[in-house]
Design a protein. Sequence first.
Length: 136
Amino acid sequence: MDHIKKIEHLGIAVKDINAANKLYEKLLGVPPYKQEAVESEAVITSFFKVGESKIELLASTKEDGPIGKFIAKKGEGIHHIAFDVEDIHKELTRLEAEGFQLINKEPKQGADNKLVAFIHPKSTNGVLVELCQERN
């Protein structure tokens, strides 16, 4: 059984969502298909389809939000890689048993109609990993 089905999206931290939307629209040749606020994470997100994968732009709505802190520390750029999973609860249990440090032991509502949970970069060679499962 496959645990991870595919790369769901790459998350890119940006300072200005409107400027980044224009830049990525020029780069990819398509406009974002969705923009939405995720209050719990203090972000505005925009999604672009690239073949079967997606790019998620994330702009902070608060300086002290997760993306605001990331940009202050590291600047704009790749923030996380998200993987599509069949059963997020089973995958969290499996990964924790494998020794990965979970940021979220229980999934939460994320953008783009997904349940999401994050794995700490300390246990993934410095890469923030997000697990995503489509909500029914």
